[in-house]
Each structure stands twice: as structure tokens, then as C-alpha cells.
Write a protein that binds this ligand. Structure first.
Ligand SMILES: Cc1cc2nc3c(=O)[nH]c(=O)nc-3n(C[C@H](O)[C@H](O)[C@H](O)COP(=O)(O)OP(=O)(O)OC[C@H]3O[C@@H](n4cnc5c(N)ncnc54)[C@H](O)[C@@H]3O)c2cc1C
Length: 84
């Protein structure tokens, strides 16, 4: 049984992630995405697939917010009415 402490289930049961040091150099990019949650990462991926030079800036760790603590899936259309 993994030790959870303050970690999410996913973090407690996942393979160790490498520590990433703060960015210590200036970089050029077309788009700076702030936040490595599902919103930021999916935005960055969509832009990168369209050929944009994107950088993601994450204050803590990727998936540190709600994205790393939810049920592990995204339900698109959650805000849409069930019956139109
Ligand atoms: C318990 C729980 C269960 C859920 N279940 C579901 C579900 O079943 N299905 C579903 O679709 N949704 C679910 N959700 C909602 C879903 O997880 C969130 O709506 C979604 O993850 C939000 O993603 P986000 O990228 O907007 O924010 P977050 O995942 O919170 O990401 C924001 C990121 O930005 C970083 N950040 C903040 N400020 C800065 C800054 N100044 N500079 C750099 N980085 C910064 C944070 O460290 C964080 O990593 C659930 C949420 C919770 C908490």
C-alpha cells in the first residue's frame, strides 16, 4: 500500500518523476503558456502541432493542481446541457 501523505493517488502510485530546476536562461517563444495543468498542456500541444514555438511555465510541478488530483479523465462538454 503506497504512502499517500499529501500526495494524490496518481503521484503516490506513479513512477518517480525527475526534478526539474527553475529556468535559468532567457528563451524566445511565440507563445508562453502559464500553468502545466490539462488546460495549459492541451493548449501548448495544440499550438505545437500547428507549428508554433510554445513554452510552458509551471510554478510547481506538471499536474500539481486539479489536473493531478481528479479522476484521471477529461469529460469534454461537461458544461453543455445533456438535452438540447
Ligand atoms: C477532486 C477533483 C475531481 C475532479 N474530477 C473531474 C472529472 O472527473 N472530470 C473532469 O473533466 N474534471 C474533473 N475535475 C476538474 C478538473 O480536474 C479541472 O477542471 C482541471 O484539471 C483544471 O485544469 P487547469 O489546467 O485549468 O488547472 P490546474 O490543473 O489547476 O493547473 C493549473 C496549473 O497552473 C500552475 N500555476 C498556477 N499559477 C501559476 C503561475 N503564476 N505561474 C506558473 N504556473 C502556475 C499550477 O501549479 C498548476 O499546475 C476534478 C477536479 C478535482 C479537484
Amino acid at each position: 500500500m503506497p504512502e499517500f501523505g499529501t500526495r494524490s493517488f496518481f503521484e503516490a502510485t506513479a513512477a518517480p518523476r525527475p526534478e526539474r530546476r527553475p529556468l535559468g536562461v532567457d528563451i524566445d517563444c511565440e507563445v508562453a503558456v502559464i500553468g502545466g495543468g490539462v488546460a495549459g498542456l492541451s493548449t501548448a500541444l495544440a499550438l505545437a502541432r500547428r507549428g508554433r514555438n510554445v513554452a510552458v511555465f509551471e510554478a510547481a510541478r506538471v499536474g500539481d493542481g486539479a489536473s493531478g488530483r481528479n479522476a484521471g479523465f477529461v469529460a469534454p462538454g461537461f458544461s453543455l446541457p445533456v438535452v438540447r
